[in-house]
Design a protein around this ligand. Sequence first.
Ligand code: FAD
Length: 375
Amino acid sequence: MTEFRTDAIVIGAGVVGLAIARQLCLLGQETLVIEKEKTFGTATSSRNSGVIHSGIYYPKGSLKHLFCLAGKELLYSYCESRGIAANRCGKLVVATSPEQLPKLSALFATAQANEVTGLRWLQEAEVAEMEPELYSQKAFYSPDSGIVDTGNYMLSLEGDIFNAGGMIAYNTAVSAILAADDGLHVIATGEEEIEVAAPLVINAAGHGAIGIAARTEGLAAHFVPRQSFAKGNYFSLSGRQPFKHLIYPIPEAAGLGIHATIDFQGRCRFGPDVEWVDNDDDFIVDPARADGFYGAIRSYWPGLPDHALQPDYSGIRPKIHTESETMPDFRISGPEDHGIAGLINLFGIESPGLTSSLAVADHIAALSGLSGRSL
Ligand SMILES: Cc1cc2nc3c(=O)[nH]c(=O)nc-3n(C[C@H](O)[C@H](O)[C@H](O)COP(=O)(O)OP(=O)(O)OC[C@H]3O[C@@H](n4cnc5c(N)ncnc54)[C@H](O)[C@@H]3O)c2cc1C
């Protein structure tokens, strides 16, 4: 076994792990990222809607709310400074039946309380002008919502890590964390078994985070949440793109509803739906789910032609609640919770984790005592 020491270890090279590692490197920490796959972002970070959220949906004061608000501006600025494609294309949130009107009003009120900038109700004529093919009974507009080129964003974060002297060990899976007098010891297996000691270990392993926490010496079981998975399937549209903005329906319990997103290649895609699953490794989209998609999409786009949807990709939400429970906040658990010096676990980093990534990185640096900048 090879043994060595470093200042900080980040487990997981998803968008959140990369953003955290970049921040630690920029603060002068010799940082090692350990990632079990052969490259970054192959789990959830490249299997999402690629939307920069504006902060509409989350309970006021929650981590999701605060990270989303701070993260979106950090992300737009970062992308601008690096020439990464990001488009503040705006989003319409729509009610399509009388029963949905109170829900839309409640959502607007939440968004206002959350100080989402630029929100406004749209007149019928404005909706018709902005999106002639859209059906709605009422709609509001969020101009700060947008899309980002997620792959290039992560590539840039990886480049920042290397430029600042950080290292990434790909094809290396963490199996356990041991607590010793000289700090935490991370045990991982790549070409060979390694043991890396560091005073600071950030567990940002997405679906793997709970398993790693369960195999952390001295971490009491009640600091390890229960894991569940909610798959989100996408269908792409063959043919002309009907919308210029993001179109979101009223959200459902475990997701934001089957929405329409556009990408930088001019394609339109719908999803994700919510399919509770038992594991995190089946990304196949069942074509039979198309029926549900046609129904949901036609509620706001009656012109969707038959046979226009093709199964695309899926992502799996790293849930820390079950189907019957309400959606909890991100859970970031540091030494002040669990008592193990230098260990920070990130659990349940579902949407808006991409939007929040740079703000989460700031927060982790502050929690680690490395910077004063926090929420
Ligand atoms: C369907 C869907 C749509 C979404 N849409 C949006 C959106 O539009 N906007 C938005 O802001 N957010 C969105 N999200 C949320 C966003 O994608 C996630 O919050 C974000 O990608 C989480 O990043 P992460 O780095 O925490 O996790 P991940 O991307 O899962 O990265 C974790 C990494 O850890 C690695 N790993 C796991 N176990 C181990 C181990 N034992 N050893 C070493 N490495 C390990 C994995 O291989 C992986 O690379 C969406 C999520 C889903 C599922």
